[in-house]
Design a protein around this ligand. Sequence first.
Ligand SMILES: [Mn+2]
Length: 497
Amino acid sequence: MESQRVVAGATASWRVAARRFALTAPESTRGLVHSKTWRPFWRCLQSTFRALILLTLRLRLRYHPFPTTMNPIVPDAQLFRANRERLKKLMLRNSLAVLNANDVLPTNADGTLPYIPNADLFYLTGVRQEETILVLAPDAFEEKHREVLFLRQPTEHLATWEGHKLSREEAQKISGVPHVQWLSAFPSVLHQLMCECEHVYLNTNEHHRAVVEVESRDARFIKQCQARYPLHHYLRLARLMHQLRVVKSPREIELIKAACAVTGRGFRRALQCVKPGVTEAELEAEFAREFIRHHAGFAYPPIIAAGRNSCVLHYHQNDQVCRAGQLVLLDVAAGRDQYQSDLTRTVPVSGRFTRRQRRVYQAVLRVFRQIVQAMQPGKTIRDLRVEAEALIAQECFGLGLLKPAQLRRRDPDNPAVRKYFMHGVAHPIGLDVHDVMYVHQHIQPGWVLTCEPAIYLPDEGFGVRLENTIHVTDDGPVDLMADIPIEPDEIEDRLNR
Ligand SMILES: [Mn+2]
């Protein structure tokens, strides 16, 4: 919006300049630069150029242009409007839902962590600005109360210190929410709606692995709301959000694909630098360069783990030297426009796998392919894990790691294979890397899952994990990272170019 205003302003001053030019055209061109008549013209020309430069910068920053070779899709109001419609269909009659933005989290002194928008609020509005509130009341008496977005009111002071804040028109354009108000209007609108409605959906973090030690904005709001209106029927919005978010629409798939494409670029770039003596940090920097250039970021803290470090599941130190003969595990992927991807490759630092490394690599790759094929609607994530454990146990037998007796002794809660493969084989991914779902849910078409089998051999100084982002469809699984090298020959070829 602002950039359009800049253009409009520039065009207007250009017109004034042109008119002045027409009036003074007969004058000799000799005195052009110095003449008083011409000065306004030059000034206008200058400001037009300045406006054009600003416009270019602003477009680059705000609208994330993408090279034409990559998918140019960006999330838009159509997506968020459709998401709200899907949610409203699940809400009880005469109900209200309120969603709050995440807090800006403090660090030390006056520092703050980089802002992470609330995924549910983004899913329903596309707005990534702090302090935003969304209210949905599909059956509200007043039409203007059925969908309302509340924003922090922009001020000169905020503009100077923090930069641009959304205008009401901009928020309306991004989200498609018809009514956008400043936060100061929220208490009275809320009170009116609370007096009308019976059921209230509020948001909590119900991710099955979430460890929440700080109180979120939503959690504070729940306390305030229940204290002020204790007799309403309160419901869990998370139950509905999980149900919706786990099934991705075609538009969301395009967005995840765009993130996968940036991940592929980063991996190919990092491969060019893998050689004995390179540090894990230098490889991380190669990924970062490629991601940032393409308006993306790390989807999660990258794991760049050489040698034995590859057996540390959440290794984030990334500061060791990669040595000849070692493998380096790269669990690094990009997130873009809030949509995430997840990739792991394990590559030989010297450019060639040893025989043993290659055997283990191919064992993991076989399991990877079988589990991708096993990603069919109707199964649960747990089913996939059980299948993966059985396959990896067989491979471990082939590799001389497990004995036949260990294979026969079946303890479903603690199979012998967990010594070499101790984590899950799949998780949903989307707005969050470990996206929301309920563990008992059956996989449906539209789910996007990672497939990440591994074999860890700390005693031998290496582990191998391979991971891609997979789209489950009616016609079978589609590997959204099928173009990213995974065959050991191709990895070696690239390393030796
Ligand atoms: Mn993963």
